[in-house]
Design a protein around this ligand. Structure first.
Ligand SMILES: Nc1nc2c(ncn2[C@@H]2O[C@H](COP(=O)(O)OP(=O)(O)OP(=O)(O)O)[C@@H](O)[C@H]2O)c(=O)[nH]1
Ligand SMILES: [Mg+2]
Length: 439
């Protein structure tokens, strides 16, 4: 890893836009800016400049200079805010490269920030989550990581465990009579408070995973049940072809949807039925594959009684929906457990969105629905060490003080490992290669 050099990249997304940013970081960043602007940049100031290279006018822009270590990467950083589009940023970047910078690799700015101690591994990961966020809720969760809030919360739990550990160790050294009144009750309530905070952190970690990856929600049911119509209604646009001919949809159609802040990959599928048509049969096979993988299956049964059986299966949550409910308003007594929904009138759409959001909320709280990430795994272990399930209800600190002391110490160690974790070169490569160039 050559860290001594100066790197440059376009930091903004490609495409048409008013403004683009070319970012330069490294010991030569200020010289690069001086070559382009014709004057040395002043740290902490912005200046309006005309960028030239070899006598040729490159672009007009605003130059921002940050002196290391108080910059994103911890090195000297210059940002050129130039005109957007495809040509101006390329020309500014080329001028930077000609002035001595080299093109940055993917994620190299953030990698330098990490190596210079400006960002923790978790914060770097959260920067990526923020860039990739599809909903406000996902962005909020990522920001809790970027700002270090999540790390501070974990560190606080760790400190509370260390405090509790020393209190319990001390109690082991003195005789029972010397313990102050209410000592055991105090210990028990500390244990309860710490495990509640661990539970909360674990729930957030699970929620974070859904917010990052999105939830797969599959619309399934017999042909003509109104799946494509429901997809279009939920998206608010005519995305999939709708027709009265059963077997219209053959390929699965996928779109992102924001359901109360949850990013959802909504998939319309080929209707489930036995068919001799090879193309449709392939579509049905794909539908079954999607149902297997789905977090939630929305299973449609048309209210006009034309549907065959949906026959879902899979391990996801199934939300039964009575589609086309405008055709036959109430075949089920209220409160109905299939959700009556009409893509035509819009009835029931809000309730369906609510049901999807509620199912995801439950998923985030359920113990083994989601494979936890590294930190969450450490918290889950710490939680089990602190309150082993076999003594959760009958636990008596007085008689089990030795056991408790061991559990608290082990839990503190587990969390300490997660906080002070070390990262292998492979892990770092895997993380930073997921960034785009310029981040
Ligand atoms: N009255 C009424 N008709 C609907 C509703 N939803 C769909 N339809 C009609 O039902 C027919 C089938 O709708 P689609 O959305 O294509 O059904 P599908 O489940 O995607 O069908 P396949 O792709 O063939 O499996 C069309 O004629 C739609 O206009 C609804 O909510 N109310
Ligand atoms: Mg369809």
């Amino acid at each position: 890893m050559s860290r001594g050099d100066t790197i440059a990249a376009v930091a903004t997304a490609p495409g048409r836009g008013g403004v683009a940013i070319v970012r330069v970081s490294g010991p030569g960043a200020f010289q690069v800016a001086e070559r382009l602007a014709g004057r040395a940049p002043r740290a902490g100031r912005i200046s309006f400049d005309r960028y030239r290279f070899d006598g040729r006018l490159v672009d007009d822009g605003i130059t921002l200079a940050f002196e290391g270590p108080r910059s994103y990467t911890g090195e000297d950083v210059v940002e050129f805010q130039c005109h957007g589009g495809s040509v101006a940023p390329r020309r500014v970047l080329e001028a930077c490269l000609a002035a001595g910078a080299r093109l940055a690799r993917r994620g190299e700015f953030t990698e330098r920030a990490f190596l210079n101690g400006r960002l923790s591994y978790e914060e770097a990961e959260s920067v990526l989550d923020l860039v990739d966020a599809r909903t406000d809720r996902a962005a909020d969760a990522a920001l809790r990581g970027v700002s270090g809030e999540r790390r501070r919360a974990t560190a606080e739990i760790y400190r509370a465990l260390v405090d509790l550990s020393s209190t319990v160790e001390h109690a082991l050294d003195v005789s029972e009579e010397e313990l102050p009144e209410g000592f055991c009750a105090g210990i028990a309530s500390s244990v309860a408070a710490i495990s509640a905070r661990l539970d909360d952190a674990i729930r957030r970690a699970r929620e974070g995973k859904i917010l990052r990856d999105g939830a797969l929600v599959v619309l399934a049911g017999p042909p003509n049940a109104g799946k494509s119509s429901l997809l279009n209604a939920l998206l608010g646009e005519s995305r999939a072809i709708v027709s009265a001919t059963p077997g219209t949809t053959r390929d699965s159609i996928e779109e992102w949807l924001d359901v109360d802040g949850w990013p959802v990959r909504l998939v319309d599928t080929a209707g489930l039925r036995e068919t001799a048509d090879a193309v449709e049969a392939e579509g049905v096979a794909r539908t079954r594959g999607l149902i297997e993988k789905a977090d939630i299956v929305v299973n449609l049964t048309p209210a006009d009684g034309t549907g065959g059986t949906g026959g879902t299966g899979g391990t996801g949550v199934v939300i039964e929906v009575l589609s086309k409910c405008d055709l036959n308003p109430s075949p089920f007594p209220a409160p109905h457990s299939p959700f009556p929904v009409s893509a035509k009138t819009g009835e029931g759409l809000e309730a369906l969105r609510g049901a999807i959001a509620a199912a995801l909320e439950r998923k985030a709280s359920s113990p083994d629905a989601i494979a936890p990430g590294r930190d969450a795994a450490a918290m889950i272990e710490a939680r089990t060490l602190l309150v082993p399930s076999e003594r959760s209800s009958t636990f008596n600190p007085q008689s089990d003080l030795v056991l408790l002391a061991n559990g608290v110490r082990a839990a503190a160690e587990k969390l300490g490992e997660a906080i002070g974790a070390t990262y292998s070169a492979d892990m770092l490569d895997a993380l930073f290669s997921r960034f785009c160039v310029g981040k």
